[in-house]
Design a protein around this ligand. Structure first.
Ligand code: AMP
Length: 299
């Protein structure tokens, strides 16, 4: 089984109180694809410009990411820059340059259309829907989003939510979407919008899953030092979908375990700038941290 992932393929310039790193490989789809690749083959859908460094294409290839769905267009790659405060939970977007994303229409190669596991990582909800339109009969579709789309493309997002199995968003987005301060109440309201599985991410405090069978609290791995949390949410959902696509049994049987794998990959992501640390880890390192998390939460 492979996972189809669509989202942003970007160059990120990231500033923290301790360092500054320009033009790193980033984007929701890049983080999610590398995270998923530790578990399953990945088919990437995205767009980059002619300025996209060749070494980043090599990096995808080293992770066996299928690039048949990656368009290379005339123009500039999507560029995002952000700055973190001393408290790394607080981030400010400095600039977003859409570049080739401005005219992007995702087109799926024939070899992608039968994919069973689909991750609609963060991009405009109309583009996420456009990808779904081209799929045959996917088994499990999960969408991620960000506050920007709640602000400027809410009708498109609401349309999309009627068509997905799972929806992942962070706590402030859940509050904004539902106008509900209490997250348990917010989860109920989000189910009414369509998705059977809803996951609210709470950064260093883990994530909450809500299904017909009730709630599950997934911990975050406690890190001594966070270098750059950019892409942690994308790594979480990428790792989760990668694991799910290879696990035997039903989604309900495997989703909790998948979330723990997602938390583990997200923790590695936070330990280096961009994808620098994530791309160096191995499956045994993931398994070791998975066991540690299980021990830390058993009582
Ligand atoms: P996260 O830290 O999980 O919120 O994800 C950060 C990633 O989102 C970065 O790598 C950015 O390139 C990407 N990103 C930022 N703004 C947007 C946007 N408007 N659309 C799609 N991706 C974005």
């Amino acid at each position: 089984m492979s996972v189809l992932i669509v989202g942003s393929t970007a160059l990120d310039s990231i500033k923290t109180p301790k360092a500054e790193n320009p033009r790193l490989l980033g984007g929701s789809a890049s983080h999610a694809a590398v995270a998923a690749s530790f578990f399953a083959p990945v088919k990437l859908v995205g767009i980059v410009g002619e300025d996209f460094p060749r070494r980043y294409l090599q990096l995808y290839k080293r992770h066996q990411v299928d690039l048949a769905g990656l368009q290379i267009a005339a123009g500039k790659t999507f560029h995002w820059s952000g700055e973190y405060e001393v408290n790394m939970n607080s981030r400010r977007t400095l600039e977003t340059e859409l570049g080739v994303f401005e005219t992007f229409t995702p087109k799926l190669p024939a070899s992608y259309r039968d994919s069973q596991f689909v991750l609609l990582a963060n991009i405009a909800p109309s583009l996420q829907s456009h990808v779904l339109d081209q799929m045959r009969r996917p088994k499990f579709v999960v969408a991620d989003t960000m506050d920007l789309w709640l602000n400027i493309a809410l009708p498109d997002l609401l349309q999309l939510l009627k068509r997905v199995d799972g929806f992942v968003l962070n706590d402030s987005e859940a509050r904004q979407l539902t106008q509900e301060d209490n997250l348990v109440a917010a989860l109920k309201k989000i189910h009414k919008l369509g998705p059977r599985y809803v996951i609210i991410k709470k950064g260093e405090h883990g994530a909450i899953l809500s299904t017909r069978n009730g709630l599950f609290l997934s911990p975050a791995y406690p890190l001594h030092r966070v270098v750059d949390p950019t892409g942690a949410g994308d790594s979480f959902v990428g790792g989760m979908m990668g694991y799910l696509s290879t696990a035997r049994g039903s989604i309900d049987d495997n989703l909790r375990r998948a979330m723990i794998y997602g938390s583990v990959v997200a923790s590695f992501c936070c330990e280096g700038f961009g994808l620098k640390f994530t791309t160096r880890i191995t499956r045994p390192a993931i398994e070791a941290r998975f066991k540690e998390l299980a021990k830390l939460t058993r009582f």
